[in-house]
Ligand binder design. Structure first.
Ligand SMILES: [Zn+2]
Ligand SMILES: [Zn+2]
Length: 203
């Protein structure tokens, strides 16, 4: 595994600036990988990991850098819960035999609410909050910065990065739908927009 400093530098480049979120995200991801015993997430272990993030903020970019999990590779899953937390799912070294369940061991790591206050206590001499947290988050013990819990995550076949399945065509709008994201309404197979989950209004 790369050093904290190396990874922070790399995260800074990818994210566009250095901020407390980069330090926090790098540390969070490093802890997750260490707990799972994954040493080379972007090399030999790259097919072993799927990461769920629960917020779209600075730290999310850093988690992507450290783990190598990206949205476009389907290895980064976004759950928009507004929480500074991520779950690292260990897919294991081997594909599972057909018929086995789809629950995988994972570690969920959340930043502690108390870490901001602790940062103030550790570095009262640094006035700028971002600088203060950046410094403190480098130094803080894992257990002061994060809470961790072992969990299981269900990951059916269509959630896997390399999933190859049929694309269906929505019976209403005619657009293609991948990865079994279609829904059935009154006997018709629809995309989620046509089924009523639209996040946009057509002008
Ligand atoms: Zn940032
Ligand atoms: Zn549709």
């Amino acid at each position: 595994m790369h050093s904290l400093d190396d990874l922070i530098r790399e995260a800074e480049r990818a994210h566009g600036h250095l901020c407390a979120g980069q330090v926090l995200g790098v540390r969070l991801a490093m802890l997750g990988l260490a707990k799972l015993g994954i040493e080379d997430p972007r090399g030999k272990d790259r097919k072993r990991l799927v990461t769920f993030v629960e917020i779209d903020r600075c730290a999310t970019d850093a988690i992507g850098v450290v783990t190598g999990c990206r949205l476009g590779k389907r290895a980064l899953k976004f759950r928009d819960w507004g929480k500074m937390a991520a779950t690292f799912v260990d897919l294991g070294p081997q594909p599972r035999p057909p018929g086995s369940d789809h629950w995988y061991n994972a570690i969920r790591i959340a930043a502690k609410e108390s870490s901001k206050k602790l940062a103030r206590e550790m570095h009262p001499e640094i006035e700028n909050k971002n600088q203060q947290q950046m410094q403190a988050y480098r130094e803080m013990k894992d257990e002061d910065l994060f809470s961790t819990q072992w969990v299981k995550v269900e990951l059916p076949a269509e959630e896997f990065p390399g999933y190859k399945g049929d694309r269906i065509v929505c019976a209403q709008c005619g657009e293609g739908v991948n990865f079994r994201r279609e829904v059935e309404r009154a006997g018709r197979v629809l995309c989620r927009a046509c089924a009523g989950e639209r996040y946009y209004k057509v002008l």
